[in-house]
Ligand binder design. Sequence first.
Ligand code: GDP
Ligand code: ZN
Length: 341
Amino acid sequence: MARKLTKNQQRRIQQQQKQHARRATSAKPQQLPDDSQLGAEQTGVVITHYGTQVDVEPQGQKGTTKRCFLRANIGSVVTGDEVIWRDAQDSNGVIVAAEPRKSALYRPDSRGNLRPVAANIDRIFIVVAAEPEPFANLIDRYLVAAENQGVEAVLVLNKSDLLNGDKGEAVRKLVSPYQQLGYRLIILSTKSGDSSLQELQAMLRDHTSVFVGQSGVGKSSLINALLPQANSAVGELSEARAKGTHTTTTARLYHLELGAGGDVGRLIDSPGIREFGLWHLEPEQIAQGFVEMRAFLGHCQFRDCKHQREPGCALLAAEQRGDISPDRLESYRRILVSLQS
Ligand code: GDP
Ligand code: ZN
């Protein structure tokens, strides 16, 4: 799937890459091994990145990584990028080229420039639960972010053991409209130890996925159940958040190996990734991110229609006909308002 970025994003990314290139060329030369020390070109995937260095896993050598420098002219390289690199005997290897990305997740840095944080993700699992209380608006934000990257979003309703009672009823009611919109829903529990994880595992197979969602819904528990070696700290994310450390943790790529079949998929995770949909969205992205609204966009009487109460508004008309739910339209407006503040 192609990466779908707004013009603004593309411009900012281009500016950033230029800045990067300038900084890279003006910085002190790294101890890059010279060509005579380097082995043949080979392919690999970036497992994690640290500024000017990355850990690369050679293709076909799962679990092993080699620290590599980046050639100055190749721009940013992030977790999930497919790269071409050359090994060196007594030194770091060198990344000589990066393959074009199929998708990328971006987040703004402290100066408001969008930076890629992970590449080639093709499935986003939005985790909700009866507790903590879920909010449709939050789900919508994640969906908008996913839709804008051309990445498939799947809803995961965790803590199925809590589905009896009022809170369970409420969360079921909350998620069912998304199924009607065409999103897949997986209901499971990390506590019950039953076979409910299997459907999720099937959805992870042959994909590169991320888990997002509110703190406390069970993302760490899920990741631990899928991937014991990741050792994701259950219940500790909120502590990291309070200390403000979550934004600095770099994303890491994990292989999901379940059963005898070998690799079932890839998971990219970091505390920052888990919140990715909550980062800045461009106004023009918002309406596009509401899948049921797309057909009506551009059909309003006024070109700059805000879909509030303007005459001839195609979205309001669709709402009247029942083609768009009042809740989703309101959620759309709330996201727009949140952008302005
Ligand atoms: P995260 O903040 O999204 O990573 O959530 P955690 O994985 O830290 O889980 C938050 C709390 O929910 C912990 O106390 C978990 O033990 C609990 N939890 C996780 N999965 C389930 C589940 O399926 N059922 C129930 N009842 N609790 C769960
Ligand atoms: Zn309108």
